[in-house]
Design a protein around this ligand. Structure first.
Ligand SMILES: Cc1cc2nc3c(=O)[nH]c(=O)nc-3n(C[C@H](O)[C@H](O)[C@H](O)COP(=O)(O)OP(=O)(O)OC[C@H]3O[C@@H](n4cnc5c(N)ncnc54)[C@H](O)[C@@H]3O)c2cc1C
Length: 410
């Protein structure tokens, strides 16, 4: 049986940040990762000259202070601005200007009255209740042409279930879409930089965690004991590994997400790199991403890479469907928005996330106030809970600080 100071389960960005921070403070840390690579939901697949971001797509310049601090600390370079508009689909056209000051003039799909309502709604903080309740007093467009397409397309949320507070927080903290960036060499760049600073056991799925004075981690036939452990996995996974997970962890549910990446022999015309599609316009596809516009290096010269994110309503039945059925369904749904899409597809990749993004329900938010992790601690985007990688980075820093504090006391 091996013995370590701290065991971290999961080498997504939260687990890697936890381990890196602990290692910097001199702790003996071992990370256990089920997959054969690090990154979790911030992974990039490299195939035939295409760079396919399987989960996260971009980071903003504003509102991600912990991420930018880490980028500086690790000396990571090559995080250029995307420099292309974000659009909302309405009445047969992509309306540019979402998350941009220009949108106040052009509307970006919102009627003039709805633009005013949106500004008034966002100013009314603190916000409680669900996204649908937040939008209910205002012009119908606030829900149909902003809240629903953004929360469903970006976070996989159902507006009737998920809390409004984290959404409004993100809406106001990200700043203009003109400041949104992506990693030139793939969204896994920061995770790969972190991996080089810590000890990670890849292809090592943990089966069970128990705690009784010390923590025991069982991975297949191997057993490791540790002074403390950090479960840096989605909350439902943490509950399946550790039977004594507190109530907040049990209440932290996730929504599934599904993406289809299409490798094309041409670059379809679009000014926007991202087009959000409201449910009222199309029930199956939520977002169309022109990855080759996000960064030209995402596809070989003359080729295109387009990603389709499924509407949450169609995700559950498609999660276990064969790839060909998923591609057929989403390609058919997206064809009216990008007419040249149906021709020239030379390959596809389907990414399924059973635990796509934390759902951030009002119940989970309320229970968080009483959350006091012990020698089994937690990190991940659900701890805050905010559906973005900044939240995962922040949670990793905080989990490491708690572990160090307990170590000093013990
Ligand atoms: C489709 C999609 C789009 C997104 N877009 C953006 C975006 O544009 N910008 C942004 O900031 N965020 C985005 N996000 C959110 C972002 O990807 C996540 O917030 C972040 O990556 C979460 O990191 P994490 O470390 O908390 O979890 P994860 O990345 O899920 O890491 C958990 C790790 O634990 C491992 N693991 C699971 N079970 C075990 C086990 N039993 N034993 C060992 N290891 C295990 C997994 O393999 C994984 O590597 C997106 C997410 C999705 C799904």
């Amino acid at each position: 049986m091996t013995d370590v100071d701290v065991a971290v389960i999961g080498a997504g960005i939260a687990g890697l940040v936890t381990a890196y921070t602990l290692r910097e403070a001199g702790a003996d840390v071992q990370v256990f990762e089920a997959a054969d690579h690090v990154g979790g939901r911030m992974t990039t697949l490299r195939r035939d000259g295409f760079l396919i971001d399987s989960g996260a797509e971009q980071i903003p310049t504003r509102g991600y202070p912990e991420t930018w601090r880490l980028i500086d600390e690790l000396g990571v370079t090559g995080v250029p601005r995307i420099g292309r508009p974000v659009a909302m689909w309405r009445n047969g056209k992509a309306r540019n200007g979402v998350a941009h000051p220009m949108g106040l003039l052009t509307g970006a799909g919102l009627a003039p009255r709805a633009r005013l309502d949106l500004m008034r709604a966002v100013r009314r903080r603190p916000v409680s209740g669900t996204v649908a309740e937040f939008a209910a007093p205002w012009h119908r467009d606030v829900l149909d042409y902003l809240c629903q397409p953004v929360v469903s397309g970006f976070f996989g949320w159902d507006p009737a279930r998920s809390a409004a507070a984290p959404f409004v927080e993100l809406l106001t903290s990200f700043g203009s879409s003109s400041g949104w960036r992506t990693y030139r060499d793939g969204m896994d760049t920061l995770c790969r930089a972190l991996e080089s600073t810590v000890d990670v056991s890849l292809s090592c799925p943990v089966d069970e965690v128990t705690a009784n004075g010390r923590v025991r981690i069982r991975a297949g036939r191997a057993e490791v004991t540790a002074r403390s452990a950090v479960l840096a996995v989605p909350a439902p996974v943490a509950c399946s590994l550790y039977a004594d997970a507190p109530e907040f962890v049990r209440a932290s549910t996730f929504r599934p997400m599904l993406k289809v990446h299409l490798m094309l022999d041409h670059r379809p015309a679009s000014r926007a790199y991202l087009v959000a599609v409201p449910s009222v316009e199309n029930p199956a596809v939520s977002v169309i991403l022109f990855d080759h516009l996000k960064h030209p290096g995402r596809a070989p010269a003359g080729h295109g890479l387009v990603t389709l994110i499924a509407n949450p309503a169609v995700v559950p039945p498609l999660l276990d469907a064969p790839d060909e059925e998923v591609v057929h369904r989403l390609l058919g749904a997206a064809a009216p928005f990008v007419p040249s899409l149906a021709t020239g597809v030379r390959g596809h990749v389907v990414h399924r996330f059973r635990h796509g993004l934390p759902e951030a329900t009002p119940k989970a938010l309320a229970l968080r106030a009483g959350f006091r992790p012990d020698l089994v601690d937690y990190a991940g985007d659900w701890v805050d809970p905010s559906p973005c990688s900044e939240s995962a980075v922040r949670s990793g820093r905080r989990a490491a600080a708690r572990v160090l504090r307990r170590k000093e006391l013990g």
